[in-house]
Design a binder for this molecule. Structure first.
Ligand code: NAD
Ligand code: WQD
Length: 349
């Protein structure tokens, strides 16, 4: 454990945030969690506590943009650092609700920065996204690749990074580690935590999991005419457990020095949609039905990380391959065919 012991986790009820809570509890951290449950449920904390065999800590239902409520959390607890997951993340929705996305993602981040600064807290790990690279072309993308966001979600993440860099420049006490995730998927090996999208899943792996469990008929593969070996688009899938381990390692490196540092989180290995379909079929023991349909607007041919910088800086590398991601996602889906709905509710804390 780093010298920081009390971590405020924003968005801690979400897909990545809930796995991060387990990882940090397992490593002895004390947690303060804030979430407005706009895309999650407090039911997840019973599962986090079951896995970690510890209480989560103080959990607050609040919108980060509620500055008074957020400030009261910092008044009440002595926070050493913040891991900031809370955001809206659906690319398609962001094109229809751009103001909501900028307000939540950028406004939530500036509200958080203000509360942190006012309370003498200056260390943050920030959830950024490969989507800010836009259609950057083929081959592994390093962190110096110019940002070219093509939708409001990606633009909001890029705006946050620029604000965080400027704040670090002007207020030298600040340290921010911005982690640009590629495609986090999979689930906790216990099968208790996973990705539980509401409504029809936008993303490939949760959609496939619902086909495998019989909740959806067949997968629509968006585009079979890309300039790739099998004609389907290529992404860099990363296990959510590797993703959250990187955050735990990041906490050890917040003390390395002030300023903002940006790292890609990916395997550095591209997989096509059809390769993922085949891997999930292996995991669930039967081939999964699909139709190739037209491309999804806004999708790019390939997004693969050059993930060497984080390995060089911290000696950290992901260890779980695509088969592992599919096995764990399938276990979660089998054990929770309707997601978290119906699981025991925790008393309010
Ligand atoms: P998620 O939606 O499961 O989790 C986000 C959490 O933030 C949810 O629990 C939601 O209720 C909460 N939240 C949203 N707005 C809030 C607000 N105003 N105040 C308080 N809480 C709020 O998403 P996730 O997949 O766990 O993503 C976590 C972070 O990682 C996000 O910042 C996302 O943009 C980023 N990211 C995700 C992916 C991915 O593919 N999942 C990839 C790259 C980056
Ligand atoms: C993967 C591939 C689809 C669903 C998204 C966000 C990005 C980042 C990661 C947050 C693509 C294809 C999908 C389906 C399909 N998130 N697909 N049928 O779009 O790479 O990235 O998550 O920061 O910002 O955009 O992920 O899982 O939606 O798609 O064929 O039903 O699977 O076209 O090629 P994506 P995804």
């Amino acid at each position: 454990m780093s010298s920081l012991s009390t971590i405020l986790v924003t968005g801690g009820a979400g897909f990545i945030g809930s796995h991060a809570c387990v990882e940090l509890l397992d490593h002895g951290y004390e947690l303060i969690v804030v979430d407005d449950y706009s895309n999650s449920t407090p039911q997840v904390f019973a599962r986090v506590e079951r896995i970690a065999d510890r209480f989560v800590g103080a959990v607050y239902e609040l919108d980060l943009r509620d500055r008074r409520a957020l400030s009261a959390v910092f008044d009440r607890h002595s926070v050493d650092a913040v891991v900031h997951f809370a955001a809206l993340k659906a690319v398609g929705e962001s094109t229809r609700m751009p103001i909501e996305y900028y307000d939540t993602n950028v406004g939530g981040t500036t509200s958080l920065l203000r509360a942190m600064h006012e309370h003498g807290v200056h260390q943050m790990v920030f959830s950024s996204s490969c989507s800010l690279y836009g259609d950057a072309g083929r081959g592994p993308l390093g962190e110096a690749t110019p940002a070219r966001p093509t939708n409001p979600y990606a633009a909001s993440k890029w705006a946050c990074e620029q604000i965080l860099a400027d704040v670090c420049h002007r207020i030298p006490e600040f340290t921010v580690l911005s982690l640009r995730y590629f495609n986090p998927v999979g689930a906790h090996p216990s099968g208790l935590l996973g990705e539980d999208p509401s409504g029809t899943p936008d993303n490939l792996m949760p959609y496939l999991a619902q086909v495998a469990v019989g909740r959806r008929h067949r997968l629509h593969v968006f585009g079979g005419d890309y300039a790739t070996p099998d004609g389907t688009a290529i992404r860099d899938y990363l296990h959510v457990m590797d993703t959250v381990q990187a955050h735990r390692v990041a906490l050890d490196h917040l003390a390395d020095g002030p300023g903002m540092h940006t790292y890609n989180l990916g395997l550095g290995k591209g997989r096509s949609v059809l390769e993922v379909v085949a891997a999930f079929g292996e995991a669930c023991g039967r081939p999964l039905p699909y139709d190739i349909v037209s491309r999804r607007p806004g999708d790019v041919t390939e997004l693969v990380a050059d993930a060497t910088a984080v390995a060089q800086a911290w000696g950290w590398q992901p260890t779980r391959d695509l088969a592992h991601m599919c096995r764990d996602a399938w276990r979660f889906q089998q054990l929770n065919p309707s997601g978290y709905a119906g699981s025991a509710r925790q008393p309010n804390r």
